[in-house]
Design a protein. Structure first.
Lengths: 220, 93
């Protein structure tokens, strides 16, 4: 996961997944921030710039692009999810809003697979009883509620509003990098304790409310 | 890896073009739209401004992401998925 300059202060970040025979390199950018951005940035160009970042370019040197794709991601979390079942219908994966972005992890694939499995079980039960009414299909909801899918979606239901804080994509990554840099740098003068270095830097960058800011980040 | 042009990237995708247009724009709205977010939010640059300052669509390039549909605050875009069997066919996910 990558955060910081690559999105030019906009909601989002970068990802690099390792597959068996390939890698998936991409970016997520908030549409609301994208249309508010001045001067405007072209989306295809954002990805090309990300690829030239020194941390990325060494990893993909000599490689070839084999496919280019894009998709809108639902970021509303638990509170934005639609009804999952009705007479003759079950809603799974992306359509069910099963995406969970906490800023540190972005999940959805495992929810899509699990919801597909649970839907299949519910459909099998409906088929066996020749009854596809919502009463029978509500079994799907029950399976989802008892599993990690809806439990995790519920636990992190506040994540979308937490991520609306623009400092997460600008100030915080900067402060984190600078603080760690100060902690590992050894200069000419005597070196203060690690904890003092960290607290001093956090106080300097985040202001008097630095502790509250940190606490806010752990609300997740 | 060198910088990739949008055409080169799209050239690697398999897109079966639908004979029916899956996206339509309301030109009368676009004409008066100053922002024209569609021109730069689309990852495939489907939206092009022609010499007459009209929005033209390069539907062969569409990745079916749906960004334009949300970004167009004037609601000038009528967006649908291509019919079954048409559109982008992803091989790597």
């Amino acid at each position: 996961m990558f955060m910081g300059n690559l999105t030019k202060g906009m909601f989002g970040g970068g990802f690099l997944y390792t597959n068996k025979e390939s890698i998936s390199l991409g970016m997520v950018v908030g549409i609301a921030d994208l249309i508010a951005k001045q001067p405007p940035v072209e989306v295809p160009e954002l990805l090309e710039e990300f690829k030239t970042n020194s941390d990325i370019s060494v990893l993909i040197r000599g490689g070839d692009s084999v496919e280019y794709s894009a998709h809108v991601i639902s970021e509303g979390g638990f509170d934005a999810m639609p009804r999952l079942y009705d007479d003759g219908i079950l809603v799974v994966g992306d359509a069910a809003g099963l995406n969970l972005n906490t800023g540190l992890t972005v999940r959805g694939m495992e929810f899509a697979i699990a919801s597909g499995v649970f839907a299949a079980r519910a459909i099998k039960r409906a088929k066996d009883s020749h009854d596809y009414s919502k009463a029978t299909l509500s079994y799907y909801q029950q399976l989802m509620q008892d599993s990690f899918v809806l439990k995790d979606m519920h636990t992190f239901r506040k994540a979308p509003s937490f991520l609306e804080n623009p400092r997460i994509f600008t100030l915080y990554p900067q402060v984190l990098c600078d603080t760690l840099e100060k902690m590992v740098t050894i200069g000419e003068s005597p070196k203060p304790k690690m904890s003092s270095t960290a607290i001093q830097e956090l106080r300097r960058r985040l202001g008097l409310s630095w502790l509250r800011e940190l606490r806010g980040a752990f609300k997740l | 890896m060198t910088r990739d042009s949008i055409r080169a990237k799209l050239g690697r995708d398999t897109i079966k073009v639908d004979t029916e247009k899956h996206i339509r724009v309301k030109q009368e709205i676009c004409r008066d739209c100053r922002e024209k977010y569609c021109l730069y939010v689309c990852p495939a640059q489907v939206y092009i401004l022609n010499k007459e300052d009209q929005i033209e669509l390069d539907l062969d390039a569409c990745l079916e992401c749906g960004t334009c549909r949300i970004a167009c605050t004037k609601k000038a875009i009528d967006w649908n998925y291509p019919r079954g069997g048409f559109g982008i066919q992803l091989k790597f996910g």
